[in-house]
Design a binder for this molecule. Structure first.
Ligand code: G
Ligand code: G
Ligand code: MN
Ligand code: NA
Length: 253
């Protein structure tokens, strides 16, 4: 609660920024996108992890202005990336609560319009939980966003509560397999089976599939064997500030 009051001032003081983690296409080895991850640099407490403040921002409704700020930061950073010749979609994490705000899709589309960027430069990641409260309403909002040209991805796949019937109804283009299954899949056969089955499911449904939490070369090689389209994880790169990701991407060629 105390942190939350400070988050309100952090929103006004420029203490929030985005770090970026690359996703790499496993067939071509090319960078195919970046995920934006929120970072709060508190003047006294130092770095505060999103897990420590996003849940309470969700409970109190502050998540609405927080997500608006994240979108503004991301759109500004996308313009900078494109000025550097780095023309790849950036994905932003959207809370389930954001979809319960009836003005959310309109505000987001207006921000994209004002930015002058093509809508396909922005991808939204959200979990299956986003559908639980009001599936029809959320699916309508998702459809508007996808019809406007945004990319949509299901995040943390396999850890939520939704049914596969929802997966079929949702207008998503990408499925991200949660790191809980990928990280130690070479040590734990059940994790590997779940990862492999999720890759097949995604491909059968015509979705792109991204494995998260790939921490080493052996895991990346196995994911490639299984036909996974892309991977993200410490085995490729950690999340890093904008200028560092620009240097990293140029360096990699
Ligand atoms: O980057 P890190 O591993 O610390 O992120 C921890 C969690 O916080 C992840 O579940 C991630 O999806 C979430 N997260 C990171 N940035 C944002 C953000 O901008 N908005 C929301 N809603 N969640 C975020
Ligand atoms: O929930 P979401 O998938 O958005 O969360 C992404 C989180 O995973 C971020 O906090 C990011 O820092 C973290 N992360 C990214 N790659 C790896 C990895 O290879 N290993 C681990 N342990 N965490 C990772
Ligand atoms: Mn994510
Ligand atoms: Na995830």
């Amino acid at each position: 609660v105390e942190l939350l009051g400070e988050l309100q001032s952090a929103l006004d003081d420029g203490q929030l920024s985005l770090h970026y983690q690359p996703k790499v296409n496993l067939a071509s080895d090319q960078v195919m996108g970046l995920e934006a991850l929120l970072r709060w640099e508190h003047p006294v407490r130092g770095r505060i992890a999103p897990d420590q403040f996003i849940p309470s921002a969700e409970r109190t409704g502050l998540i609405h202005s927080l997500t608006d700020r994240v979108l503004d930061l991301a759109l500004a950073d996308i313009a900078r990336l494109r000025a550097e010749g780095l023309d790849m979609p950036v994905s932003v994490n959207i809370s389930a609560r954001n979809f319960l705000d009836p003005g959310f899709a309109d505000r987001l589309l207006e921000k994209v319009r004002v930015s002058g960027l093509p809508p396909c430069a922005l991808e939204l990641e959200f979990t299956e939980t986003a559908l639980m409260a009001d599936p029809d309403e959320v699916i309508r909002a998702l459809r508007r966003l996808t019809e406007a040209g945004l990319e949509l991805a299901i995040d943390d796949f396999g850890t939520g509560y939704s049914s596969l019937a929802y997966l079929k109804r949702m207008p998503v283009t990408t499925l991200k397999i949660d790191q809980a299954f990928v990280r130690q899949m070479l040590e734990h056969p059940v994790d590997e089976q779940i990862t492999r089955a999720s890759i097949s499911l995604a491909r059968d449904l015509g979705l792109k599939v991204v494995a998260e939490g790939a921490e080493d070369a052996a895991t990346l090689a196995r994911l490639r064997d299984y036909g996974c389209n892309a991977a993200q994880g410490y085995g490729i790169a950690r999340p890093m500030p904008l200028e560092a990701i620009i240097a990293w991407a140029h360096d990699r060629g």
